[in-house]
Design a protein around this ligand. Structure first.
Ligand SMILES: [Cu+2]
Length: 149
């Protein structure tokens, strides 16, 4: 019984190790319309390569007024202009964890705010843990062989 339990634990360890998130390319499209963002929350994994496509849809088709916007992400992206009807793209690597404000700095555009969340890295078991798991598995197999004799 103990041997089976130990074997199961040893078999599950590689699955846990394989479940660690890896950095990936992540793309998000944010529409700027009526002086607001349509995306208010972006969540990525640590070290993801993030591409934000910013589309200023506040053009002359909306009440005859072109509305200029810009965009910045705290700690990640300096202010970039996004002209009416235009698209701007910003790219960065999410190498700092936490919550970061993204916003338009134009006076009065108080709705144009959102949060970039870069999750904390998953806790990786120490390599010694894997070695101990292998040792436990070997002992479990040895115990089963001995029991059958
Ligand atoms: Cu704006």
């Amino acid at each position: 019984m103990l041997a089976r339990g130990l074997t199961l634990i040893a078999l599950l360890v590689p699955l846990v190790l394989a479940g660690q998130a890896e950095a990936a390319d992540r793309q998000f499209v944010i529409e700027m319309r009526d002086a607001d963002f349509d995306v208010k929350q972006i969540t990525v994994e640590p070290n993801d390569r993030v591409v934000l496509v910013l589309y200023n849809n506040d053009s002359v088709s909306h009440g005859g007024i072109d509305i200029f916007h810009n965009f910045a992400v705290e700690n990640y992206v300096d202010t970039v202009d996004v002209l009416p009807g235009e698209v701007a793209t910003v790219t960065f690597t999410a190498n700092e964890t936490g919550d970061f404000l993204y916003r338009c700095h134009v006076v009065g555009h108080t709705l144009m705010r959102g949060t970039l969340t870069v999750r904390a890295p998953a806790k990786t078991p120490a390599p010694e843990f894997a070695l101990v798991a292998l040792l436990v598995a070997a002992l479990a197999v040895a115990a089963r062989v001995r029991t059958k004799r």
